[in-house]
Structure formats: C-alpha cells, structure tokens
Design a protein around this ligand. Structure first.
Ligand code: HEM
Length: 468
C-alpha cells in the first residue's frame, strides 16, 4: 500500500487489505459520499494493494473526462470483469486503436439504423405494441412491471443486433439470461472485489470460476447466431448489426481488429450495456410517476396537446414537449442508473486538481455525486422536473446532467436509450394511467446496488385513460 508522490489524500490503508474494511462491499455508495466529505472531491482508496482514485463533483469530472479526456480514457485491465469478458469487446477495452475502431463502427452502425428500411423508431414502436398488449391484459389489476420492461429493452437491442425478438420463455433467451444474471451477481458481489484485491486467490477453486465458464457458454451461444447469419446473409445488404460487422470484416481482410471473437464480444457488450440500464431507468420512472400523480397528469396533458390527431409519437416530437423532456431527464437524474460509471484508468502520467497521478491509476467516477450535487440543481434531493425548466417553462439541460458520463468514453448507446425512454414513456402514458395501489404502503425509493441500480420490486395499478 505505497502511496505515489503527491497522490490524493485518503483514509489510512491496512497492509494487504488496503481500505476494503472502509467500504460496505454490498453497497459502497454511502461510504463514497462520507469519504468525499472528509477528503474532498479527489481522494484515494486502496482496493487491496492498488491505489484507486475516486473523483466527485462536476468541476473535477469535467477536468478529468472532458478537458483531459484522452488522458483518462483508459480502462483497468487486471480486474475480474476483464477476465469475464476475455479482454475483448468495447466497454472494457483499453484506450487504443482496437477500442477506437470498434467504438466508431458501433456508433456509426447504430446511427445508420435510423436510415435503413426499418428505422430504429419503427423497431421500438414494434416492441411497444407488445408492452401495450401486456398492459391491456392487466387493466383494472395491479402488476409488477419488472419483467415486462426488461423484456422490452432486451428485445429492442436484440432486434438491432440480430434482427429478431424473443418471447420471454424462448429456450435460447432463457439460457442466455440465466448466464448473464449469474455473472451480474458475481460482478456486483463481493467475490469480484476480492478477486481484484488478492491476485493469489485467482487460481483457487472459488465461486467466481463459474463466471468464467458462463462467459464461454454465452460466447458459444452467440457464435451460433453469427454462424446462422453467415449462412443467410447477402453481402452489402445488412439486416442488422451482425450483418454490418460481417460486411466490415470483408472490407478489412488485411487486419485483425475485426474478427469473429470480437464480434461475439461486442454483441455481448451492447446487449449487456443496453438492457438493464434502460429497463431499470423505466422501472424507476414508473415508481416516481405513480407516486407523483400531479406530475403524471401534467405529462399526459402535454402529450395530448402535442399529439392531438396523430397516430403515434415520433422522437422529433420531443422538441415540442418541454415538460415531458423535463420529466424524462429528471427520471434519469433520480434513477442514477450507473452510479459509478465504468472504471477508467489514466493513459499516461497526468495531473488532476494539482495531484499527480501515474499512468495506469484506476479512476472511479462517482456520477451520483454530480447528479445530486448541491449548487448544481434547484432541487438536488427530490424528484422535481423543475430541475430542467427555466423561468419561462422552457426545457434546459444543466451541465451536471451526466447519467451517460462525458468525454471520449461516454455511453455510446445514449441516442438509442433516449429514443427508447421517450417513445415508451410517451406512448404508454398517452394510453394508460398508472396508480400506486392503496394497499401498497410507503414506496421504497432506495435501489439495490450494482453496476446498475435496480429499484426494489413494486406493483402498480393499470387503468385505461378515458378517451373523451
Ligand atoms: C439509460 C440507459 C443508459 C445509461 C444510463 C448508460 C450509461 C452509461 C455509462 C455511465 C457508461 C460509462 C461511460 C464511461 O466510462 O465514462 C456507459 C458506457 C457504455 N454504454 Fe451505456 N448507458 C445506457 C444505455 C446504453 C445502451 C442502450 C447501449 C447500447 C446500445 C449502451 C452501450 C454502452 C457502451 C458500449 C458503453 C462503453 C463505451 C466505451 O467504453 O467506449 N448503453 N453507458
């Protein structure tokens, strides 16, 4: 536990254990906030022997992620999560050409889907029809929305990646979800932190080995999908992301960045990054909307006015809906879906707020600390769309709105996620009213901790809105 020269301050670290005992490994968010109050917006924690710098607040976040974006655009490479993704894909790839080329390709491909024969909006509206069917079957009753939203987010990304949607009880989907779910438990649980802290336990027959076997199985299953695509594709006429990638491989015969193993891993990355994030944000949104009926009603009034006479909403309509935009942004702010972002790593010796950080320092971005930072928000600690409305009732986005992070590593699914949130919320709230059941007691707004925060299970009552 050697502290490099001019390193940020932090609590005393024990030999071997470092600061592990300073953290509640089941949910360290409160500890991070407590330590920020003591040591400031840049402080050090030893995760085992590794010095890790936790950064908080808008000012520091901007200096690191935007002003010095490239210097902080690496990813640590020696963690459990790297082992479990076989050091491939885009989310955890270190800063370098392979990451850059894959990121650029993924961004471009996601954007181009808007221009294809079936646009991204059509794909999302297609999936919304299944949500409506499920809700219609529950009119007058109470239901738990968790499975429905997870299924919708999963299917939208599957449509983009593989050109198909799956019923929830489909055997392929069931097996893959089971494997992802187990791995998420390993990654979010204490085993992952122990693996990262104590390299000598890595070869022992401990539970995390199952996670590595699960990944191999996921890769085999996705490999099967790719093989099917190879049989049925028409080069130059891509049906989905996998076809686009295969076209790209044809173009790049002379280099090794684009290959089958990278394809199955980037598909896995996009699936994982695009499912729980979006569905947990929706879950949190309905939790807030059912508990704030006056906000739900004003949201609906604006939708009714703007969409009057139109069959369905388009993403463009958001520009005419300042209140709707404010509510959706407020949902994202309060749901704080990816509270610690994805760990970054310095790509060279650098400085932050006057401290010196050597190349290879792990950086934890405390996004929570920005999304509820005092001084940045009118109402930092309550659900209130006024946070995104100016005096004239127009929508505005404060700089501290960073649920997707910022800089060169910023979420590459932002466009898709925002389109999903808008079209799903607007279409469902136009048709239905959602009510917190009388016998449900006080809502619990404290989510379960993980890479993504998951709202506690709850039930909501569904009613059709009157059509007069
Ligand atoms: C509400 C939904 C979402 C939220 C809040 C969210 C948030 C984030 C955050 C905080 C990061 C880390 C950025 C960083 O390291 O600085 C990230 C990365 C990423 N997200 Fe999202 N995300 C969402 C939806 C999606 C969707 C739908 C996709 C897929 C289409 C996606 C794909 C990715 C990828 C690939 C990365 C890694 C980028 C890189 O390392 O270069 N995300 N996301």
């Amino acid at each position: 536990t050697q502290r490099p020269r001019n390193f940020p301050p932090g609590p005393f670290a024990l030999p071997v254990l470092g600061n592990l005992l300073n953290l509640n490994l089941e949910n360290p968010l409160k500890d991070f906030e407590r330590l920020r109050r003591t040591y400031g917006n840049v402080y050090t924690l030893f995760i085992g022997r590794n010095p890790t710098v936790v950064i908080s607040g808008l000012k520091v976040m901007k200096e690191a992620m935007v002003t010095k974006g490239v210097e902080f655009a690496g990813r640590p490479q020696d963690l459990f999560i790297n082992a479990i993704t076989m050091n491939k894909g885009v989310i955890l790839a270190d800063y370098g050409l392979n990451w850059k080329e894959h990121r650029r390709f993924a961004l471009m491909t996601l954007r181009n889907f808007g221009m294809g024969r079936t646009s991204m909006e059509d794909r999302i509206h297609g999936e919304i029809q299944y949500l409506i069917k499920t809700l219609e079957g529950n009119v007058g009753k109470t239901m738990s929305p968790k499975r429905m939203f997870h299924n919708a987010a999963s299917n939208i990304i599957c449509q983009v990646l593989f050109g198909t949607r799956y019923e929830y009880d489909d055997d392929f989907m069931k097996e893959i979800l089971q494997l992802f779910c187990e791995n998420a438990k390993f990654i979010n649980g204490p085993w992952s932190m122990l693996y990262d802290s104590f390299p000598f336990i890595r070869n022992l027959p401990l539970p995390f080995n199952k996670g590595l076997r699960n990944t191999e199985r996921i890769q085999t299953l996705l490999g099967g999908l790719v093989a099917e695509h190879k049989k049925t594709r028409v080069p130059g006429e891509p049906r989905d992301f996998v076809d686009c990638y295969l076209d790209e491989m044809d173009k790049r015969v002379d280099e090794s960045f684009f290959c089958d193993e990278e394809l199955t891993m980037i598909a896995q990355d996009l699936y994982v990054a695009g499912t729980d994030t979006t569905s947990n944000t929706l879950l949190s949104g309905f939790l807030h909307l059912t508990n704030n009926p006056h906000i739900q009603e004003r949201f609906q009034r604006e939708i009714d006015q703007v969409l009057e006479g139109k069959a369905q909403a388009t993403f463009e309509d958001r520009h005419k809906m300042p209140y709707v935009q404010a509510v959706i942004h407020e949902i994202q702010r309060m749901s704080n879906t990816v509270p610690l972002s994805v760990f970054h790593c310095s790509t060279k010796n650098t400085e932050l707020m006057g401290y010196s950080l050597p190349k290879g320092t792990t950086i934890i971005q405390n996004l929570t600390s920005v999304l509820n930072e005092e001084g940045q928000w009118k109402f930092p600690h309550e659900f209130n769309p006024e946070n995104f409305l100016n005096d004239k009732g127009e929508f505005f986005k404060p700089e501290a709105f960073m649920p997707f992070s910022a800089g060169p590593r910023m979420c590459l699914g932002e466009g898709l996620a925002r389109m999903e949130l808008f079209l799903i919320l607007v279409t469902l709230l136009r048709k239905f009213k959602f009510i917190w059941p009388e016998d449900a007691g006080e809502p619990d707004f404290t989510p379960a901790f993980g890479i993504t925060l998951t709202p506690r299970p709850y039930r909501m009552k569904v009613e059709l809105r009157s059509t007069d």
